[in-house]
Write a protein that binds this ligand. Structure first.
Ligand SMILES: Nc1ncnc2c1ncn2[C@@H]1O[C@H](COP(=O)(O)OP(=O)(O)OP(=O)(O)O)[C@@H](O)[C@H]1O
Ligand SMILES: [Mg+2]
Length: 318
């Protein structure tokens, strides 16, 4: 994969709660090529937000990074001091969140917030800054940008608020946009419009996007490349067509089934799960003894990469 803008290597992270330690990420590696849309997919609690918070270095204090490196444009983010991190966070890497309203300041108008962002990042002032604000709002396909500029957050619909938030994220001219469930709080017709918009901006401005979602239909629509995460482990990754056309991991197959309205598998087997086990083992219809003991190695298969003992057993070359 050529020129990754973001590269995560063997990231392991635990949350310390009282005397107990919970491993939320286990040896996570990931690569986001410049100019691509990469999706990170997994159900609630799989560690998606934790991974994003690690990249942005906005982890709660109970979180401990135990191992790993995060490179952004070649810089090791985990070794930067806060001053250098401030040059990256919200600037070169921008974020869009699930609940846009709560990320807007309720007592400032759209104009004040957007212009503040433009002045800070672009160094524009007065009329020039206002024109740029109007341009960004038009880019976001807001019908009457001049009117929207004078509204306060509580006067925006959910879809409008998300468009404003994306406009603010673009104000810094980021090279990477991280969107954490950007459309899951919106109704389906608005979701698709916001996604089309992200896709358009990605294509027109050559913006790299890391999209976090639990919704595979969103992935099919916008992503080039997909990572599937479960229990803090990357289960499978590959080109979007390969993941949809020939999913390898039982969990990925399960996610795809859930798209057609079938529910997730429930725990089928009991067994003691060792610390290094595959986290999906208790729910997996194909689990074998090894799955409860040791997480499998990643193997290249059918143009993708998968970590699964039972897939390995079924391979022709083993
Ligand atoms: N501050 C915290 N202290 C302790 N445990 C935490 C903390 N934040 C997250 N966790 C745990 O880490 C795991 C991963 O949480 P995370 O928020 O990263 O999941 P997620 O994939 O983003 O889920 P969702 O789709 O619901 O947003 C969960 O088991 C969660 O309980
Ligand atoms: Mg989350």
């Amino acid at each position: 994969m050529s020129d990754p803008i973001l590269r995560i290597e063997n990231l392991s992270l635990s949350y310390l709660v009282g005397d107990t330690k919970f491993r939320a990420l286990k040896s996570v590696s990931m690569s986001v090529p410049r100019g691509s849309v990469v999706a990170l997919v997994g159900e609630s609690g799989s560690g998606k937000t934790t991974l994003i918070r690690s990249i942005m270095r906005v982890l709660p204090k109970q979180a401990v990074i135990e191992e790993g490196k995060i490179y952004f444009e070649g810089k090791d983010l985990l070794s930067l001091n806060e001053e250098d991190m401030l040059k990256i966070r919200g600037k070169k890497i921008s974020m869009v969140f699930q609940d846009p309203i709560s990320h807007l300041n309720p007592v400032m108008s759209v104009k004040e917030q957007l212009i503040e962002s433009i002045e800070l990042h672009r160094g524009l002032k007065g009329k020039e800054a206002e024109n740029e604000a109007l341009r960004l709002l038009s880019l976001m396909r807001l019908k009457d940008p001049q009117r929207v500029l004078n509204l306060f957050p509580h006067q925006l619909s959910g879809g409008m608020a998300q468009r404003v938030l994306i406009a603010m994220a673009l104000a810094s001219n980021p090279s990477l946009l991280i969107a954490d469930e950007p459309t899951s709080a919106l109704d389906p017709t608005v979701q698709i419009r916001i996604l089309s918009l992200l896709k358009e901006i990605h294509e027109n401005e050559n913006l790299t996007i890391l999209l976090i979602t639990h919704d595979l239909s969103v992935v099919a629509y916008i992503a080039d490349f997909v990572y599937v995460i479960y229990g803090g482990r990357i289960m499978e990754y590959g080109d979007v067509h390969r993941i949809f056309g020939r999913p390898l991991h039982p969990y990925t197959k399960d996610l795809l089934l859930s798209l057609s309205g079938r529910s997730f598998s429930e725990p089928k087997k009991s067994g003691t799960l060792l610390e290094d086990a595959c986290p999906f083992a208790p729910r997996c219809p194909q689990a074998i003894e090894a799955c409860f003991k040791q997480f499998p190695k990643y193997v290249n298969l059918n143009g993708g990469v998968v970590a699964c003992h039972s897939v390995n057993v079924g391979r022709d070359d083993t």
